[in-house]
Design a protein around this ligand. Structure first.
Ligand SMILES: Nc1ncnc2c1ncn2[C@@H]1O[C@H](COP(=O)(O)OP(=O)(O)OP(=O)(O)O)[C@@H](O)[C@H]1O
Length: 250
């Protein structure tokens, strides 16, 4: 059974048809990369799936139930979400930011978690190479350090589905690799992972399946090498590989 799905979803935002007849589902243990040019509808896709935007047509499901019928706290236990925009504008220790990922389960800051809760926060911080940032104020971190704390916040939630909007943005090459490897590992442990990713080669390398969105429509939904064929990449992204293997505009 799918752990999340969109059924013929269309969504209008202002004058834009951000999603246009989208069908999608994801299974436990699958890592699905969602790719598409700027404005293709990726963030909208993720938000509709999580019930954060109500579609004009069609519906979203989590765990087989229509998402709008699921109480927010229960939704928070069914899916963990890393949004594209992650403002934290108050003083907060990095452990408390990560503990927010367990809010739907524990509803408490780090110091009020039980031993198991604290251990899971600390192990998520270690997983993203951020154990050395414990005790730091979130507001004082670099962009890439903060991005890793948010990734820890995503994975510390034991929900069966992880939804990440550009999890590798702001990260240096080593940490990009490690962030995607972390998501791969979570899928291998049995969670569903859905991540909007700009880097096509990362999508190809780490995902089981790639969904290509183009102006709100699913252009491809297949194994990475099929979904990211040279023809599709050229038509959707307007790029092709040059003789050195780099993507260049066509
Ligand atoms: N609140 C809004 N009001 C009007 N239009 C919106 C709104 N939010 C998004 N849009 C439009 O909907 C389309 C899809 O936006 P969305 O953020 O889903 O794209 P995206 O694929 O995530 O883009 P990016 O790669 O740039 O993050 C875009 O054309 C965008 O301008």
């Amino acid at each position: 059974m799918s752990i999340a799905a969109l059924h013929l979803v269309s969504t209008r935002l202002g004058t834009t048809l951000a999603l246009d007849g989208v069908d999608f589902s994801i299974e436990a243990g699958e890592f699905v990369a969602l790719v598409g040019p700027n404005g293709a509808g990726k963030s909208t896709f993720l938000k509709v799936l999580l019930g954060l935007i109500e579609p004009n047509e069609g519906h979203a499901e989590l765990g087989g139930s229509r998402v709008e019928t699921i109480a927010p706290r229960i939704r928070g236990r069914m899916a963990s979400y890393l949004p594209q925009s992650r403002p934290i504008s108050w003083r907060l220790d990095v452990r408390d930011v990560v503990a927010l990922g367990r809010f739907a389960w524990n509803g408490a800051p780090y110091r009020r978690l039980n031993e198991g809760g604290r251990a899971s926060v600390d192990s998520a911080l270690a997983e993203v190479d951020a154990a050395h940032l414990v005790g730091r104020d979130m507001a004082g971190l670099s962009g890439g350090e903060a991005a890793r704390i948010h990734l820890a916040r995503l994975i510390v939630n034991p929900a069966p589905l992880l939804v990440a909007d550009e999890p590798a943005s702001a990260l240096d090459l080593k940490h990009q690799y490690e962030a995607l490897r972390t998501l791969r590992r979570e899928a291998d442990r049995g969670r569903g992972v859905l991540a909007a990713i700009h880097d096509l080669e990362s999508a190809r390398r780490w995902a089981d399946r790639v969904v290509v969105l183009d102006r709100g429509q699913v252009r491809a939904d297949a194994r990475p090498n099929t979904a990211l064929s040279p023809d599709i990449v050229r038509e959707v992204f307007g790029v092709a590989r040059d003789e050195t293997g780099h993507y260049v505009p066509v």
